[in-house]
Write a protein that binds this ligand. Structure first.
Ligand code: FE2
Length: 289
């Protein structure tokens, strides 16, 4: 259900004007998707410790679409709840702030991106994104357990600028991306050869525009490697950026090789994370379209 609004959102004082201007320059006349107002408001409350989870749940419930998708995601195997969760307040109490925020971001972005594209099959796009998210969470559990939630969300959102750039730049961008998807290589270099930006940077500016937490902005911006002054924020997110599509055996092979050589994991251990991530990701992907 892609929906597009007049440029500009209901804004907050924290928004980076620099990122906002760069985003406008890249997208030109193309109008940036609007992030659901309810999700924006709930996220702001979630970051304020003085607000109760009950209040957050009330805000989320004011949008039935967001509430329904959120409960579906909470109840999916990916979240491994023992008993079905039937209400948003129950979900909020069970999951806590950080997980609720991850799920809210995932649901809201899923509703904000174009639902169809002339260049890519959006169902496959979300399937690959859901695999990356679940696999990133699996590697984060082993490599940096305290940031599993951010790794999941950043894995899911890392390529969210791609359908937007294809809509805005048409063949000029689609060709670069599709070539990489087919043949691999360093997509950031290919993008820089033709443009003044990469999809990772553009996705980072989108995160800023939508007021996402700084940790998520940095993890998304650096998902293909260190960028500007920022070192790689999240090794698990970097690993899953090697996955180019939902059936990418080559990408998985490269990911496992990288995890074995850089993080001292056994290849059996890596393959177990990947297999579980595929299973969980396939379940989550059904929630998007
Ligand atoms: Fe990417």
């Amino acid at each position: 259900m892609g929906f597009f609004s007049k440029k500009k959102s209901g804004g907050s004082s924290k928004k980076s004007n620099v990122g906002s201007k760069k985003l406008s320059r890249v997208l030109g006349d193309y109008q940036m998707p609007k992030f659901p107002a309810v999700a924006m408001k709930a996220m702001k409350l979630l970051r304020n410790d003085q607000t109760s989870l009950h209040d957050v749940a009330q805000v989320i419930m004011s949008d039935p679409g967001v509430s329904t998708s959120m409960l579906a995601m909470v109840n999916s195997a990916a979240n491994a709840m023992k008993h079905p969760v039937n209400s948003v307040p129950q979900a909020a109490a069970l999951l806590g702030r950080s997980q609720i925020e991850s799920i809210l971001v995932a649901v809201a972005v899923g509703r904000s991106l174009p639902s169809t594209s002339q260049y890519i099959e959006m169902r496959q796009f979300w399937r690959a994104a859901a695999h990356r998210a679940a696999i990133a969470r699996g590697f984060a559990a082993k490599l940096h357990p305290t940031t599993q939630s951010t790794s999941y969300t950043a894995g899911l959102l890392q390529d969210m600028a791609v359908p937007i750039l294809m809509e805005s730049k048409k063949n000029a961008y689609a060709n670069v991306f599709l070539e990489w998807q087919k043949g691999g290589g360093d997509i950031s270099v290919a993008e820089r050869d033709q443009f003044e930006w990469t999809h990772a940077e553009v996705a980072g500016w989108m995160c800023e525009e939508w007021n996402f937490p700084d940790s998520l902005v940095t993890a998304v911006t650096t998902h293909h490697g260190a960028h500007g002054d920022s070192n790689v924020a999240d090794p698990a997110v970097l690993l899953v950026s090697l996955i180019r599509g939902p059936e990418d055996a080559e990408g998985i092979e490269a990911l496992v090789e990288h995890a074995v050589s850089s993080y001292n994991m056994s290849s059996d251990e890596c393959m177990a994370v990947v297999a579980r991530g595929f299973e969980q990701g396939d379940e989550t992907a059904q929630l998007f379209r």
